[in-house]
Design a binder for this molecule. Structure first.
Ligand code: PMP
Length: 433
């Protein structure tokens, strides 16, 4: 851990079990303070946050409006269990999401994390069919997708981090990429991919598909960006078979791709949308699943509750809903979606200066998600460390490095990020190749 001078680092080494990390001391910095898109570790070293915290701090750190939204709400009312009553912030937020999403997506269920949102969406999709007395139980997803770390979420993914060989509670078919990730911005490659999806949906003997669960771009899966024709084609395949299309906007939602939602690049209407991360700018946990009235109304036929048999103690926590409303105000007032697109274009252009560099295989992006694909996982790990020493934190996903800074980054910050990364690659160039 850099910033090791403090007792805090020793305490962390002794007692904290870090998620998704090898046993032993954390290899990342111990951050003490943050403002806007900058971080400082316990030794006062400054970093540009190219990872937006947990890919969620879209509005940047220390925003008084967001802090006030939480504290004002906590002073007025902590929470009401939504299985038993109601409070105003959840209604206001659900209405606001309906306006933003359009396409008749008017009904929102709230949870706390992205994984819980995906679990809820799968549960809603499966119960939709059982409420209609139709036996559709199978979910189709990407082999290289990532939808969270609960048992069902992990069974939707074939990434190495998924559960080892445990039988899934729900039958899942996972579709492998048909081309290299860097080829999938091309419509012809997306046509090949759609053929594979069609085969998976119609797989003989596998049982009828209930739902498709996909991300607009695969972030954990290595920063895979699709041509917009992919989601449009997938919508068509789902429509032809009556399959529900669940779009996982946990990472892409709220401006990350230069549109408010990633699915909007393809002009499609999903049946369910799962949101988290940027919904509160990461200030407090919240996730949301929004669906149509058509799906919602089928739950009147549920034999036990006449509704949804699913929920959490803190589903739609009032303080989380209040900060989400304040986050949406900031995104709109400061035109952060446009900023994400503009700064993303600058970052992509600047980081394309790395193409041809030993160890860099491809540079691509969508909005403020810029992907530097390296020649191997080891190379990516070494470059990420060197870039960190130059004062920029980037995210490693397989052999790719992702630059996903807060949407509030300005042009000067984007230039600084690029220049530090280029310097780091020059330093590393002597050892990589
Ligand atoms: N879906 C996607 C696309 C994600 O990126 C993530 C988190 N990285 C999740 C789901 C799971 O969210 P959480 O970690 O909040 O459970």
């Amino acid at each position: 851990m850099s910033g090791t001078s403090s007792a805090a680092a020793e305490r962390d080494d002794a007692h904290v079990w870090h998620p998704w990390s090898p046993i032993g001391p954390s290899s990342g910095p111990m951050i003490a303070r943050a403002e806007g898109y900058r971080l400082w570790d316990v030794d006062g070293r400054e970093y540009i946050d190219g990872v937006s915290g947990a890919m969620n701090c879209s509005c940047g750190y220390g925003r008084p409006e967001l802090i006030a939204a939480v504290s004002d709400q906590l002073r007025a009312l902590t929470h009401v269990d939504l299985s038993f009553g109601a409070h105003e912030p959840s209604g206001r937020l659900a209405e606001r999401l309906a306006d933003l999403l359009g396409h008749g997506l008017t009904r929102t269920f709230f949870a706390n994390s992205g994984s819980e949102g995906i679990e809820a969406a799968c549960r809603i999709a499966l119960n939709y069919w059982s409420n209609r007395s139709e036996s559709r139980r199978r979910i189709v997803s990407f082999e290289r997708g990532y939808h969270g770390s609960t048992a069902l979420c992990q069974s939707l993914s074939g990434l190495p981090a998924a559960l080892p060989d445990l039988p899934s509670a729900v039958p899942v078919t996972r579709v492998a990429l048909t081309d290299e990730p860097r080829a999938l911005t091309d419509p012809a490659a997306c046509d090949r991919l759609l053929d594979a999806w069609e085969q998976a949906l119609d797989e003989p003997g596998a049982g009828e598909a209930a739902a498709v669960v996909v991300e607009p771009l695969l972030n954990v899966g290595g920063g895979v960006v699709f041509h917009p024709s992919f989601l449009a084609g997938l919508r068509r395949l789902c429509d032809e078979r009556g399959v529900l299309l669940v779009i996982d906007e946990v990472f892409t939602g709220f401006g990350r791709t230069g549109a408010m939602f990633g699915f909007q690049h393809s002009g499609i209407a999903p049946d369910l949308v799962v949101m988290s991360k940027g919904i509160t700018s990461g200030y407090v946990p919240l996730s949301a699943v929004t669906t149509t009235d058509r799906v919602y109304r089928e739950f009147a036929a549920d034999p036990v509750y006449g509704g949804l048999r699913y929920g959490h103690t803190t589903s739609g926590h009032a303080a989380a809903c209040a900060v989400a409303l304040a986050t949406l105000d900031l995104i709109e007032r400061d035109e952060l979606v446009v900023n994400a697109q503009d700064r993303g274009t600058e970052l992509l252009h600047g980081l394309r200066g790395l193409a041809g560099h030993a160890g860099v295989a491809d540079v691509r992006g969508l909005g403020l998600t810029v992907v530097v694909e390296c020649s191997s996982v080891d190379t990516a790990a070494r470059l990420r460390e060197e870039i960190g020493r130059h004062g920029v934190l980037l995210r490693q996903q397989m052999s790719s490095l992702l630059a996903v800074p807060p949407l509030v980054i300005d042009a000067a910050g984007a230039r600084e990020l690029v220049s530090h990364v280029l310097d780091a690659l020059d330093t590393a160039g002597r050892h990589v190749g």
